[in-house]
Design a protein around this ligand. Structure first.
Ligand SMILES: *Cc1c(COP(=O)(O)O)cnc(C)c1O
Length: 395
């Protein structure tokens, strides 16, 4: 077999993640590999922890990038906090809440489900009723930004409700971190995980996690050992803790070059300013929305719950959903996402995350979509989308 180097095509990544990785971040990853206990590297680790605290808006000492994708961050939170016999209230309003239920059950816990329709936020009244129906609840778990539907739920209110009921919180911020406000200390959230490849625009494979002192205490006082050796935070912290008295000890070989990349992407978001990044995501969303509406297309989610970084666009009647995505990729090198579950065939998921959230990308996407839809004979308003988007950029 004659193989040559793999040369990926250059894409414009406007799906549900990964997002475009900035050349600065790609360049950082190409720097020389050093040892995971090299003093130069461990100094960089401390900077990564400090920058993650700024992005998460927290003072939590236990704030680290877990080695693995967002799913490993999710599982880390569950396996460390949930013990056999625990009851966890799990909110499910899309694909990722279902995975939380799986995690609770695989930890030997009972998941008390609060189910809402895909496309709707978590219903606070139902969560309150579920707390009333159950005895002691160990934790409330919910997805802040549901990437499968483009909905944002009220994390501050959900965390408050958990605190009033003496429960911990496990919060998925994979798609929200860097794109919309994630305020870990203000919310008093306990176990929060994210991903590197959405609004942080780093390559996939790392999962920032932050744990409150209260939750860290619960983890240290567990009755039985954590069933996962790899994700046991008590062991992982032997490597990541640093400073203080005890020396760092080897747990697993850290993904050195991926961490250079995360470091660079965090430097970039702090250079921009985290608040400015939220504002940029909102502005790009407004322009995309105005362009789509001018074309005659609609968004699935009601206005107050829309995620700027993940737009669920309703497919017009009679349009072949998958064919449009194929043409976008073939002719414009643009990747967008398909609908999942109940939304399959009904929506496109258009991500404007991190480095992908630019006026150039919004413009290219609107122009490409208009071109493809009008070529298919779809009933759309022609020539209106770009002026509407331009107007929004100028606002
Ligand atoms: C992408 C995503 C995940 C999973 O992240 P991976 O890096 O794919 O494992 C979890 N939750 C949400 C809300 C996501 O969008």
């Amino acid at each position: 077999m004659a193989v040559t180097s793999f040369q990926p095509p250059i894409r414009c990544l406007l799906g549900p993640g990964p997002s475009d990785v900035h050349p600065r971040v790609l360049a950082a990853m190409a720097r020389p590999t050093v040892g995971h206990l090299d003093p130069a590297f461990t100094e960089m680790m401390e900077q990564v922890k400090a920058m993650l605290r700024e992005v998460f808006r927290t003072g939590n000492d236990l704030t680290i990038p877990v080695s693995g994708p967002g799913s490993v961050g999710m599982e880390t939170c569950f396996v460390n906090l949930v013990e056999p016999g625990d009851t966890v209230i799990v909110c499910q309003n899309g694909a990722f809440g279902g995975r939380m239920k799986e995690n609770v059950e695989r930890c030997g816990g009972t998941a008390a489900m609060v189910v809402d329709d895909w496309g709707k936020p978590v219903d606070l009244g139902k969560v309150a009723a579920t707390f009333k129906q159950h005895g002691p609840v160990k934790a409330l778990a919910f997805v802040h930004a549901e990437t499968s539907t483009g909905v944002q739920s009220d994390a501050a209110a959900l965390c408050r409700m958990a605190q009033e009921n003496g429960a911990l919180t496990i919060v998925d911020t994979v798609t929200s971190l860097g794109g919309t406000p994630v305020l870990v200390d203000e919310w008093k959230a306990d176990a929060v995980y994210s991903g590197s490849q959405k609004c942080l625009s780093c390559m996939p494979g790392l999962s920032p996690v932050t744990i409150s002192p209260k939750a860290a205490d619960v983890i240290q006082r567990r009755n039985r050992p954590i069933q996962s050796w790899f994700m046991d935070l008590n062991l992982v912290m032997g490597y990541w803790r640093g400073g203080g008295g005890s020396p760092r000890v080897y747990h697993h070989t850290a993904p050195i070059n991926a961490l250079y990349a995360l470091h660079e992407s965090l430097v970039m978001i702090l250079e921009e300013g985290v608040e400015n990044s939220w504002v940029r995501h909102a502005r790009m969303h407004n322009a995309l929305r105005d362009g789509l509406e001018a074309m005659g297309l609609g968004l699935l989610v009601e206005k107050p719950y829309r995620l700027p970084q993940l737009n669920t666009v309703t497919v017009p009647d009679g349009v072949a959903e998958a064919a449009v995505r194929t043409e976008l990729l073939k002719r414009y090198s643009i990747e967008v996402g398909a609908g999942l579950g109940a939304l399959a065939g009904k929506v496109w998921r258009v991500g404007l995350m991190g480095a992908s959230a630019t006026p150039a990308n919004v413009t290219l996407f609107l122009a490409g979509l208009e071109d493809i839809l009008s070529g298919m004979g779809a009933k759309i308003e022609k020539g209106a989308a770009l002026p509407a988007a331009q107007k929004a950029f100028a606002a």
